[in-house]
Design a protein around this ligand. Sequence first.
Ligand code: FDA
Length: 497
Amino acid sequence: PSGAHVPALVIGTGYGGAVAALRLAQAGVDVHMIEMGMAWDTPGSDGKIFCNTREPDYRSYWLRTRTKAPLNYFLGFPIDRDIPRHTGILDAEEFGGITVYQGRGVGGGSLVNGGMAVTPRRENFGAVLPSVNPDEMYNVYYPRANAELGVGVIDPAWFDSTACYQYARVGRKHAQRSGFPFVFVPDVYDWDYMKQEAAGAVPKSALAGEILYGNNHGKKSLQQTYLARARATGRVAVSPLHKVTSVAPASGGRYTVVIEQLSTTGAVTATKTVTADRVFFAAGSVGTSKLLVKLKATGALPGLNGEVGRGWGDNGNVMCGRANHMWDPTGALQSSIPCCGIDNWAAGGAFAEVAPLPTGIETYASFYLSITNNPNRAQFSWNAAAGRVDLNWQAAWKQPSITMAKTIFDKINSKEGTIYRTDLFGVYKIWGDHLTYHPLGGAVLNKATDNYGRLTAYPGLYVIDGALIPGNTSVNPFVTITALAERNIEKIIATDL
Ligand code: FDA
């Protein structure tokens, strides 16, 4: 309620926020989590909490009247459709040069993502987080994060035999025939559950094309892991459909936090003011960066340093499809959970996931999401005239990613005698270079904050999410976000409380 005081307030319920809430609560601190998205704990009229990728409805997008599917064309036809405006689960947030996809709801990105839970190769870690000791990460915090998240790898024997990974076996064959290292990618999806889906023994999720708009079964989102354990402490409260708009110093070393309550059509139904001893910014790379840049520029937190808003990257995301020969079908049934990748990071700066096209029909297409070593970094800035935060990423800044991805797919195409698909992202458009799933940076560790996420000008304010990571993790980011949050909160609890 308005006027209340909380010892620790956490903005956002994604990976960073969930780690902070659990560890603070275990240390005896009462925590209140503020989440702008919905709770996602109540079924709709169809009995399901989440809608299917093939039938997007009011639940699919955050306050849009038309879907904005990442793969927006098929066979040259646009596939987006009208939907009612609603506080749906996937935000396709549009900046000038890039669309940034993010999860909205209790669980943040874990609600919508593919669950690929990848620890960077140790030799790449120095470039990922240069100020962090790799020994402590690889000995303590990565193992801790993987254990809490419930990370597992597909049974290789089942992989070799199941129809739903025909597409991935084609991906493996093509990678290996061109001499690229093929790797299994761990995931938080329950692999035993998926086997039972294939056997027809349980309700289907990965094998029914669920992904992007939530999985009704199988996926261990934060709701099942960190957040469940946090709630079980009895010290963590969560307020969904509440959005933090301001944090400013109050008397007694406290902070005043202004929060808007939202209706499911996005209207502000109440504005509340609370105080907190400590505030953890865990609104995601974009959410945290936008808040900090606005609060610095508008005078609420003028002492934030000049690194705030800088160092934002897209994790080098770029997508593409290849057209296979008729003797290389990828299968009508495709598990929506990717399980393998092609590692050409050292030689070509690209790590490509063999991704599904779960359309339910044979497409003869191989589809890939590549993470590349794109060096471009963007900056958030306050646009006073428009009253919003802008991001200066340029569409052309994806070119290095395309060049790096081509080190894999040009070679495979040449070996296989195949071509790129030109019908997935528009008419005669090969590269999905307009988007990212992996926003990182904007309040970079040891630059905007100290080496543990403290905003040192304001004792008691912390950043603890993907905003800390300087733009690239060389693999999918959430294990690194989680492990870094584990490292930082341990230090903060030991020294600041
Ligand atoms: P995260 O974005 O998870 O959480 C932030 C939360 O804060 C959100 O719930 C948001 O609604 C809330 N919030 C924002 N502003 C707020 C405000 N002002 N007030 C209150 N609440 C606010 N990664 C990976 O490792 N493997 C994968 O397979 C995938 N796949 C994937 C697919 C898709 C479609 C997407 C969109 C993303 C992925 N990712 C992924 C990326 C991964 O999900 C992402 O890196 C993490 O969720 C980021 O974690 P954070 O804790 O930084 O923020």
